[in-house]
Structures are given as structure tokens and as C-alpha cells.
Design a protein around this ligand. Structure first.
Ligand code: 13P
Ligand code: SF4
Length: 333
């Protein structure tokens, strides 16, 4: 379902969004891949883990989620009493599409001794079939808490999974999903850029294939990449992730230079997330005005999905070492 298209000529969208935000007691959460005008008006901009935490903690009545559908569903799973609206309900994710719940359930059934460590970029149904959810910023920490003799299925992102296997030496069975955006980066074009900007480091998101990550000086989540940009000694950074994050970098570090890594022909828009791009000011205004499109999740499904998200939130905040916590996940149901 797509938000209604209405003639909004003459409407001061920024002022109306601000008015409705107060009137509805709404909080606007935005991901770093959103259009710059949405990032600028949001109450909070963050990576998937930060956004999940904010959604769980907010005392607002309404959460307007400028991101993709699995992120808004996560907010609803964690805050069921809030109204959660997503400006465009078609804002999906190729990783979610690559992991149909029935096929994932069959894969799990074929490996009954494995637990399912699952990337948050998946449907609510797949979360309900999983033991622990991870984000790109929490995956390594959570993996380090799982006993070494515990076999693991990791899905749906084979690139993030492969990166974790290489980095930690931990074997995992990988589901073969990919992000179409991070798959689009070209090694040849990246190397040309590195030659043009000699000495400039490369920061990459772990959803990139290994051939791109092999060139990276830093690999991490969107927030991690921002922190790296802040701490790096030089003044130029090549950024191998969705380019809307560069808006935040330029805002907080105006004296540094950020160059987006190119896609296949060096000049395409293929590294702009087409799902994130569906949200805009007009649709956010309508969502706050009509409180639609609204995320609804059947209660039994929500509770099953919440278990694996709660396990993530606990393990991501945990300060004890491997195995100290005991299993915080509960398989089954
Ligand atoms: P982060 O958790 O790093 O923000 O990643 C979200 C995402 O969808 C990346 O494609
Ligand atoms: Fe999904 Fe990739 Fe878009 Fe992130 S960038 S929301 S993983 S399609």
C-alpha cells in the first residue's frame, strides 16, 4: 500500500510536520539513509540498533518512522501500545525479500542443533523463527557471547555473515541473501578512486561483498562509519555505503571531505537504496496527519518476534564475557 498522493501545493510541509509532531505527541525517528530533509527534521537519527533502543524507550504516543518497513515493525514489536506509522508501506528491503519465512523455517528444521542468529533486516515472521537478532553494530559482540560449541545459522545477509566468519574465525551456516545496494559497489571503480585520492582511507558497511571489504580501512555500521570519520586523522574519506549518510558527515564535519564509492559504471545511482528513497516530506506529513499507513502486527507473532529482539537488546548491552550470561534466547514455540 502506498500513501495517498494529494495535491499539497502551498502547504508549508516543515511547519505542518512540526505542528503535527507536537499535536500528536509524536517522535520522528530517521535512519542515516533517509533524504537529508528527513534527517534534518527528525528527533533522532541513528543506525538500526540505536533506532531500536529509541523505539523501545520513547514515551511518545506516536512513532513516525523514516526508514524501511522492518525498522518500523521492530519499533511496533518493542512498543506495541504506540501508533507506529511508516510514510510509505512499500519501503521494503532486498534482504527481507531474500528470506521467505517458509523457506527459513525449513532451513532451520533441517539443522535442529543450530541456533538462528539473524540480521535485523528481515521480516517479523523470520524474527519470530530466530533465537537472537543482531544489527551490524552489535553482531560481533553478540556472537562473542555464544558458546564456541554451539552451531549457528546466520541469515539473511551472506556478506555480513561472511565478514563475521572471516573476522572471528567462527564457522556459521550462511543464508544466501544480499543487499542490492551494497552489492552494487565496483572494485575497479573503488580502486580508481583510491588512486585519485592517494592515502584517503575507505570506510565500508559489512553488507558489502568481501571484494570491497578487502580494500576497507574500517568496516562497521552506519554509526560506526560516522564515528570513524570523526576520529580519523586525515581530512578525506571514501565511503562505501548508501551515500545519504554523507549528509550527516558533512553536517558535523564541514572541514572534511567525503567521497561516495561508485557503483558499477562509476556514475550510476545504483548505490542509493530504492526502498529508503520512497519516503519523503509529503508522505511523512500525510502519515502524521492521518496516522496511516500504520504498522499492525498480530499479537502472538509480535510476542514470538520480541523474544529474539529482547535477546539482542540484552546481549548488545551486556558487559560480561563469553558464556557468562548463559543462553538468553529461548528456541521454539
Ligand atoms: P545499520 O544498522 O548499519 O544502520 O544498517 C542498516 C541497513 O539497512 C544497512 O543497509
Ligand atoms: Fe535493505 Fe540494503 Fe536498503 Fe539497507 S540499503 S534497507 S539492506 S536494501
Amino acid at each position: 500500500m502506498t500513501a495517498p498522493s494529494l495535491n499539497l501545493t502551498g502547504v508549508d510541509l516543515r511547519a505542518e510536520i512540526d505542528r503535527l509532531r507536537t499535536e500528536r505527541n509524536a517522535v520522528i525517528l530517521a535512519h542515516y539513509y533517509q533524504k537529508s530533509e528527513l534527517q534534518d527534521l527528525a528527533d533522532f537519527v541513528g543506525d538500526s540498533l540505536d533506532l531500536s533502543r529509541r523505539a523501545a524507550e520513547t514515551d511518545a504516543d506516536v512513532i513516525a518512522f523514516c526508514g524501511v518497513r522492518f525498522m518500523a515493525q521492530t519499533a511496533k514489536i518493542l512498543s506495541p501500545d504506540k501508533i507506529v506509522v511508516l510514510p510509505d508501506m512499500d519501503a521494503g528491503c532486498s534482504l527481507e525479500d531474500s528470506c521467505p519465512p517458509d523457506q527459513f523455517a525449513a532451513f532451520r528444521a533441517a539443522h535442529p542443533d543450530h541456533i538462528a542468529l539473524t540480521y535485523i533486516n528481515c521480516s517479523t515472521e523470520v524474527k519470530a523463527l530466530s533465537d537472537v537478532i543482531v544489527t551490524s553494530s552489535s553482531a560481533e559482540k553478540i556472537l562473542s557471547q555464544i558458546p564456541l560449541d554451539q552451531p549457528i545459522i546466520f541469515g539473511p545477509d551472506r556478506n555480513l555473515g561472511g565478514y563475521l566468519v572471516r573476522k572471528t574465525g567462527r564457522e556459521m551456516l550462511l543464508w544466501p541473501g544480499v543487499c542490492i545496494v551494497h552489492e552494487a559497489f565496483s572494485e575497479t571503480e573503488l580502486m580508481k578512486l583510491q588512486a585519485e585520492h592517494s592515502g584517503a582511507p575507505v570506510a565500508a558497511h559489512p553488507e558489502c561483498p568481501a571484494i570491497i571489504l578487502d580494500h576497507a580501512d574500517y568496516v562497521g555500521s552506519t554509526r560506526g562509519i560516522l564515528e570513524y570519520a570523526n576520529a580519523m586523522p586525515g581530512d578525506t574519506l571514501i565511503v562505501a555505503t548508501e551515500p545519504h549518510i554523507i549528509h550527516q558527515m558533512q553536517r558535523s564535519m564541514p572541514n572534511k571531505r567525503f567521497i561516495g564509492a561508485p557503483g558499477a559504471d562509476g556514475n550510476c545511482n545504483c548505490n542509493i537504496c530504492p526502498y529508503m528513497a520512497l519516503n519523503n516530506m509529503e508522505k511523512l506529513y500525510i502519515a502524521l496527519r492521518d496516522l496511516e499507513p500504520r504498522i499492525e502486527i498480530e499479537e502472538g507473532l509480535r510476542l514470538r518476534a520480541k523474544k529474539s529482539l529482547d535477546a539482542m537488546l540484552t546481549m548488545a548491552s551486556n558487559t560480561v564475557g563469553q558464556g557468562d550470561l548463559g543462553p538468553v534466547w529461548v528456541t521454539g514455540d
